[in-house]
Design a protein around this ligand. Structure first.
Ligand SMILES: Nc1ncnc2c1ncn2[C@@H]1O[C@H](COP(=O)(O)OP(=O)(O)OP(=O)(O)O)[C@@H](O)[C@H]1O
Length: 324
C-alpha cells in the first residue's frame, strides 16, 4: 500500500437538503468542503455540533450524494462504487447500526466471514479487551463496550481506509488509551484513518492532519504544528508564528492594571489573582507584543516571577475559530 498518497479527496463538496420551493427552503449543510486524507495518516475532522462532520463523512463514504463537487475514495466515486471498493473501506457504525440481540462474538465472526483475508477475530478481541463481554447481547453492553465492538467490526476486513465517527466517545481513560494505541498501529500499517472527535487533546495527540469545520465549511486545516503556530502556516491560516505567553505575577493585579494590558490577559485555570498567580496572554503574533508587555510591566511596576512562551494548543485554535 503506498504511504502518504491521497486515499480520499473531496473537492468543493456541497450538500443541501430541502428545496427552494418548499416552505422550509433549501438548507445548505456543506458549503464547498475541500479535504484530502492520506494513507498512513490520521486525518481528524473537528468542529462544533452541527458543523457538518458526519455529513462530510457520509459523502466521503458514498452514503450521501453531494449536490455539487466531487469525491474520490481510493480513486473512485464512492457513490457509484461496487462491492470491491466497499471491501477496501471500513466504516465504524454507531451502535444503532448493529443488531441489538446478537452477541459480539457471533457478530464479529459473521463480519469476518464476509471478507477474504479477515483480521483474526481473537486478535482484535484481545487488543480491544473485549473478552469479558463477547457473549452478552449488544443491547446489554455499555456504551464503551459497544464502541469497541463497532471499532473491531470496522477493522475486520483489513481496510485500506477506515472512517471512525467519534471512536472514543463514552470510553473510560484506559479503553481510550487502548483505542489510541490501536489507531497508531493502523497508521503504521499504512491504513488511512479518517475520524471525528470532540476531544481536542486526543486530536492533538493523534492527528497528522486536522480539518476544522464550521457551518459546513473548512475554516482551518493543516498539521497540528501548522495550526498551533509551532511550524509554518497551513493553507487558510496566516498566523503561523502565533504563540501564547504565560507569566507568574509577583503580586495581585488591580482591575485597572488588567484592563491596561496591551493584549488581553486571563488567569490560568484554577489560579486566583494573588501573588504567584499564573496569567496567560491571548495569541501573540510577533516580538513587538513582547516589547509592549515588558513596557506594561514597567508601567505598573511589576517584575514577573517567571515568563514562559508556549506553543498554542489545538484547543486554543478551536476556541478562536468557534468564536470568530
Ligand atoms: N437530512 C437532514 N435534514 C435537515 N438537516 C440536516 C439533515 N442532515 C443533517 N442536518 C443538519 O446539518 C447540520 C450538520 O449535521 P452533522 O450531523 O453533519 O454535524 P456534525 O458536525 O457531525 O455534528 P455533531 O458534532 O453534533 O455530530 C446539523 O445542523 C444537522 O441538523
Amino acid at each position: 500500500m503506498p504511504q502518504f498518497s491521497p486515499c480520499l479527496t473531496l473537492r468543493h463538496v456541497r450538500y443541501a437538503v430541502g428545496s427552494a420551493r418548499s416552505p422550509q427552503g433549501l438548507k445548505e449543510i456543506l458549503r464547498g468542503v475541500d479535504l484530502t486524507a492520506r494513507s498512513g495518516e490520521v486525518t481528524v475532522l473537528l468542529g462544533p455540533n452541527g458543523a457538518g462532520k458526519t455529513t462530510t463523512l457520509s459523502c466521503a463514504q458514498g452514503l450521501l450524494h453531494p449536490s455539487q463537487g466531487t469525491v474520490a475514495l481510493l480513486g473512485e466515486d464512492p457513490f457509484r462504487a461496487d462491492a470491491k471498493l466497499r471491501a477496501r473501506v471500513g466504516v465504524m457504525l454507531q451502535d444503532g447500526g448493529m443488531p441489538q440481540s446478537v452477541q459480539p462474538r457471533a457478530l464479529l465472526h459473521h463480519v469476518a466471514a464476509l471478507h477474504q483475508n479477515p483480521w483474526p477475530v481473537e486478535d482484535l478481541v484481545e487488543r480491544l479487551g473485549m473478552g469479558d463481554f463477547l457473549r452478552t447481547s449488544i443491547r446489554r453492553l455499555s456504551g464503551g463496550q459497544r464502541q469497541r465492538v463497532a471499532l473491531a467490526a470496522s477493522l475486520l476486513g483489513r481496510p485500506e481506509v477506515v472512517f471512525l465517527d467519534e471512536p472514543t466517545a463514552g470510553l473510560d481513560p484506559q479503553s481510550r488509551q487502548t483505542v489510541f494505541a490501536l489507531i497508531g498501529e493502523l497508521r503504521e500499517m499504512g491504513m488511512g484513518i479518517v475520524l471525528t472527535t470532540h476531544l481536542l487533546e486526543e486530536a492533538q495527540k493523534l492527528a497528522d492532519s486536522v480539518f476544522i469545520l464550521k457551518d459546513g465549511e473548512v475554516v482551518r486545516h493543516g498539521s497540528v504544528a501548522e495550526l498551533t503556530g509551532a511550524g509554518s502556516a497551513g493553507t487558510g491560516s496566516t498566523d503561523g508564528a502565533a504563540r501564547r505567553m504565560v507569566f507568574t505575577a509577583a503580586r495581585t493585579l488591580t482591575r485597572a492594571e488588567i484592563a491596561s494590558a496591551p493584549v488581553s490577559i486571563e488567569l490560568d485555570g484554577g489560579t486566583d489573582n494573588a501573588p504567584g498567580a499564573t496569567w496567560t496572554t491571548s495569541r501573540l503574533t510577533g516580538p513587538a507584543q513582547l516589547r509592549e508587555l515588558a513596557a506594561w510591566w514597567e508601567l505598573i511596576d511589576m517584575m514577573p516571577v517567571e515568563v514562559r512562551m508556549e506553543a498554542r494548543t489545538l484547543e486554543d485554535v478551536f476556541w478562536e475559530v468557534s468564536a470568530a
